[in-house]
Design a protein around this ligand. Structure first.
Ligand code: NAP
Length: 516
């Protein structure tokens, strides 16, 4: 029996002892920067001429690692091995597969500060955010291991007296896992191990901005006893290797997390039945968000301001769940905007995330920096700049936390995913209108309502159309096993990562009926 799941606690960095260990971990990781990492195909290390260079977004001169880059030929080789491995892996004992996850969780837990330090360097995450990312990776390992044990014997069904019926879940086949850079450890690990623990084999294509941490996960899984060929590490360009694997007739499913543009492209391409393909591919596509916090007239305004500030600027707003819109009742609007401005200016410093006192680090790369700065210019023409509005990409990609007020609900700042530290405010006359405005986007990922009015809570529960709705708190920081995560509409397929139904995305039900 395994002990019941509880989430991994966060590290208290106000404790001097923890601060010291973290500083040592960063120093250690700094000594290991710039190393070369090969592909891993069928357990074999494969080095290529062509490379992906992973940079520290806080310091463009600092190379985190140099990673071999798969091309179509190597992707084909990996597909062949994953396909062959599936033939026996699909029959492996679920308990054994779960044990690999439990051991991997223990390995990461023992090396927790080290992993967190890699996330500071490769993802540009401040300590607190990096620690939460590591904790979430551990949670996924622990939670999905237990979920597999729960599902391993299938589900009860009826049998008539003349027959014995069973209903079991069997794996699908080879899955292509395509992960984003923002939760470079947690989402990459969670999407990989959920596909693998259910008996599938995997081709893992991590984001090109953050391939080193994915290599580190491979090492952990190998140490935990994962056989060769079960997960194959094939970093490469999204458009070259990504498209090739999505189109491949032997790909049985795709587990994608990333932007709406790429997600919809994958969804379309995967729908085409290619020559030699004998199934319809399954697609899990978790995409972007334009997440709103609604602030009611009867509410704790200090709680509202704190929740908005953290949800908008934690990890520089680069969370799919980040608060990028605020809809406030007109009676509290001015006071709220003023308090968010104050909190932002007093608390949200922008600096190198390797420093313990940094609230907000850089954004991920030049492309992100340029896109965000462009949106800031758009915001200046659409609304009133309350604070921020500046950026500096001379050393790393730093953008000041930026607040716009008095926006029309249909302004671009209020409709398009910026994926940076920018939040826009608009006013509502009453609560009904606030919910209407909150729903007025193409997305439906997270949302929050700050109110002390019970009727309004119940109304929002029914009418605020998002996959993750929170009351009297911010709209980020979902915890595995506590807040199953996934969105509606253009936020994706609502697969609910970290929830009780998630593993079923990677399995199919098989009914057997034996006459007695
Ligand atoms: P992205 O640009 O869509 O990239 C995601 C992954 O897709 C990367 O591995 C990328 O590879 C790959 N890719 C790019 N083009 C591809 C193609 N043609 N075929 C197959 N794969 C391709 O997204 P991102 O910038 O990494 O992440 C930010 C986005 O993710 C935001 O929109 C955010 O809201 C969303 N997100 C959603 C969730 C959620 O749970 N809903 C969670 C986290 C993030 P390359 O890096 O090589 O281009």
């Amino acid at each position: 029996m395994v002990v019941p799941y509880t989430h991994e606690p966060f590290t208290d960095f106000s404790d001097e002892k923890n601060r010291k260990v973290m500083e040592e971990a960063i120093n250690q990781v700094e000594k290991e920067l710039g190393q070369e990492y090969p592909l891993i195909i069928g357990g074999e290390r494969v080095t290529t001429e062509d490379k992906i260079v992973s940079y520290n977004p806080a310091n463009k001169e600092e190379v985190v690692g140099v990673v071999s880059k798969a091309n179509q030929e190597l992707a084909e080789k990996a597909m062949k091995i994953a396909d062959e491995t599936f033939q026996w892996w699909r029959k492996s004992k679920p308990e054994m597969r779960a044990d690999i996850l439990f051991r991997a969780a223990a390995i990461v837990r023992r090396r927790k500060f080290e992993f967190t330090a890699w996330l500071v360097k490769e993802g540009g995450k401040p300590w607190k955010e990096a620690d939460a990312d590591t904790a979430e990776a551990i949670d996924f390992l622990e939670y999905y291991g237990r979920q597999m044990l729960r599902l391993k014997d299938g589900a009860p069904i009826n049998s008539r007296p003349i027959e014995f019926n069973r209903y079991n879940y069997i794996p699908l086949g080879v899955g292509v896992v395509i992960s984003p850079w923002n939760f470079l450890f947690a989402i990459m690990a969670g999407t990989t191990v959920s596909a693998m623990v259910t008996g599938n084999t995997v081709l893992l294509k991590p984001a090109s901005a953050t391939p080193v941490i994915a290599y580190k996960l491979m090492e952990v899984l190998e140490e935990a006893g994962m056989p060769a060929g079960v997960v194959n590490y094939v970093p490469g360009s999204g458009s070259e290797v990504g498209d090739y694997l999505v189109d491949h007739p032997r790909t049985r499913f795709i587990s994608f997390t990333g932007s709406r543009d790429v997600g919809t492209r994958i969804f379309e391409r995967a729908a085409k039945v290619n020559e030699g393909q004998i199934w319809l591919k399954r697609v899990v596509a978790e995409m972007g968000g334009k997440d709103t916090i609604v602030v009611d007239k009867e509410s704790d305004l200090e709680l509202a301001a704190q929740s908005i500030t953290y949800s908008a600027f934690g990890f520089s707003g680069q969370k799919c769940s980040a608060c990028s819109r605020v809809v406030a009742h007109e009676d509290v609007y001015d006071e709220l905007v003023a308090r968010v401005k104050e909190l932002t200016e007093e608390n949200v410093n922008v600096a190198d995330p390797a420093d313990a006192n940094t609230y907000m680090g850089p954004v991920i790369d030049q492309g992100a920096f340029d896109k965000i700065m462009n949106y800031i210019e758009i915001g200046k023409s659409e609304g009133k700049l309350v604070t921020g509005g500046e950026g500096d990409d001379s050393k790393g990609y730093f953008v000041k936390p930026t607040v716009f007020a008095d926006l029309d609900q249909n302004a671009r700042i209020m409709q398009e995913e910026i994926f940076g530290p920018v939040v826009g405010f608009t006013k509502a006359k009453n609560f009904d209108e606030a919910i209407e405005i909150a729903n007025n986007t193409d997305y439906g990922l997270t949302g929050a309502v700050i109110t002390n009015n019970r009727e309004h809570i119940e109304k929002a529960r029914e009418d605020f159309h998002v996959g993750n709705l929170y009351f009297n708190r911010g709209c980020t920081a979902a915890i595995v096993g506590y807040h199953p995560f996934g969105g509606f509409n253009m936020s994706g397929t609502d697969s609910k990562a970290g929830g009780p139904d998630y593993l079923l995305n990677f399995m199919q039900g098989k009914t057997t009926s034996e006459m007695l």
